[in-house]
Design a protein around this ligand. Structure first.
Ligand SMILES: Cc1cc2nc3c(=O)[nH]c(=O)nc-3n(C[C@H](O)[C@H](O)[C@H](O)COP(=O)(O)O)c2cc1C
Ligand SMILES: CCCCC(=O)C(=O)O
Length: 362
């Protein structure tokens, strides 16, 4: 069977990944309404194509915080890539670089940052962070990211505590020994103890380590320590987007964390317009949550996003075929985007504006 869609990768991946890891990757929190909301949003929009435009050449390339990219699809930070493939984040870094895509490496990478950086080579990379109670340890991870040549820090702000992910609690999620988080110290890096009824070792380790007391005022410390642009991930309101810009964020990522944090949260695509309005062009606005086709990426760009991140699709590609699978998924999304650009009469990313989109009332 030819692999023609991102969903085809999902079907192939499901057969390869152990059930409790598959539950971790696929699941959301609580009733999983936030995950549903991400996909449902696309039904409230439709495209308004223009015709008789010269679309004989299509250019999907973009520039983002100084990085030149083949297209506006980024690899979202996702934890524990060795769940999917023995090479883990090294394969992801290679596949993303080959696709000309920016790779946001998770704080819970199972490979050391210098090795991820070497695998990415000239490929663009940002580092995602969770703020730890242990400020010294947190600072040392920031230093490590800077030393390894990551060019921006992505602070995830929607996870003061880990969402109640019922699939993991039911599966008594524990990690195999190959799944040590390589960059965050032994206490947080090790979620390998015996399974306990109704508990997730991953959530327990994170809840012990994450600092739930940080506020807007702490961001200055991070900007100072890293000396890099700070991007805030997990913004869902215009109010917080305005605060993010006021506190020096270099970009914001509209996201409900793939439906894994707050249950009944607004979907990424639904929250995007109010964030775009509040930010008013001062910094790039990125979005994630449920993007599975290039046409959906075009919808987000028309609604004012500068780029889209994909989480699970990259993991599916990784499970199916390592670096080649990651590249395959990213290339597929860029190819589909180019096709949608031709068919909507928008040959460059800059030509995709609000007139390409019609919004239906709820
Ligand atoms: C298995 C998995 C692990 C994730 N780990 C992280 C993480 O370490 N840090 C983070 O900021 N977001 C994490 N996320 C959220 C993603 O960055 C992203 O917001 C989400 O996956 C986008 O939705 P999508 O999977 O529908 O594309 C994770 C998501 C998944 C599915
Ligand atoms: C417990 C947080 C770890 C990674 C993460 O962000 C996720 O699983 O969504």
């Amino acid at each position: 069977m030819p692999v023609l869609t991102v969903a085809d990768y999902e079907d192939l991946a499901r057969a390869k990944v152990p059930a409790s890891y598959w539950g971790y990757v696929s699941g959301g929190s609580g009733t999983e309404r936030s995950m549903v909301a991400n996909r449902a949003a696309f039904d409230r929009f439709a495209l308004r194509p223009r015709v008789l435009v010269d679309v004989s050449t299509i250019d999907t390339s973009v520039e983002l915080l100084g990085a030149r990219l083949a297209g506006p699809v980024l690899v979202a930070p996702t934890a524990y890539h060795r769940m999917m493939h023995p090479e883990g984040e090294l394969a992801t870094a290679r596949g993303a670089a080959e696709a000309g895509a920016l790779y946001v490496t998770s704080y819970f990478s199972t490979q050391p940052l210098p090795d991820v950086a070497a695998a990415a080579g000239a490929g663009a990379r940002w580092m995602q962070l969770y703020w730890l109670k242990d400020r010294e340890l947190f600072g040392s991870v920031v230093d490590g990211a800077v030393a390894a040549g990551f060019t921006a820090l992505v602070l995830t702000v929607d996870t003061p505590v880990v969402g109640r992910r019922l699939r993991d609690l039911r599966n008594e999620l524990v990690l195999g020994p190959e799944l040590r988080a390589a960059n965050v110290g032994p206490a947080l890096g090790n979620a390998m103890r015996r399974g306990e009824a109704g508990r997730s070792a991953v959530a327990d380790a994170a809840n012990r380590a994450f600092d739930a007391s940080i506020t807007w005022d702490d961001l200055a410390w991070l900007r100072e320590r890293g000396g890099l642009p700070v991007v805030l991930k997990g913004i869902l309101t215009g109010e917080d987007a305005a605060l993010a810009v006021a506190h020096g964020a270099a970009a914001v990522i509209v996201s409900n964390h793939g439906g894994r944090q707050l249950d009944h949260a607004v979907g990424g695509m639904d929250a995007l317009p109010e964030v775009v309005e509040a930010v008013a062009g001062r910094v790039p606005v990125l979005v994630d949550g449920g993007f599975r086709t290039g046409t959906e990426v075009l919808m987000a760009l028309a609604a004012g996003a500068s780029a889209v991140l994909v989480g699970r699709p990259v993991l599916w590609g990784l499970a199916v075929d390592g670096a080649a699978g990651v590249r395959g998924v990213l290339d597929m999304l860029h190819t589909e985007l180019a096709q949608a650009m031709a068919l909507t009469g928008r040959p460059t990313i800059a030509r995709i504006d609000g007139t390409a989109l019609r919004t239906f009332p709820r």
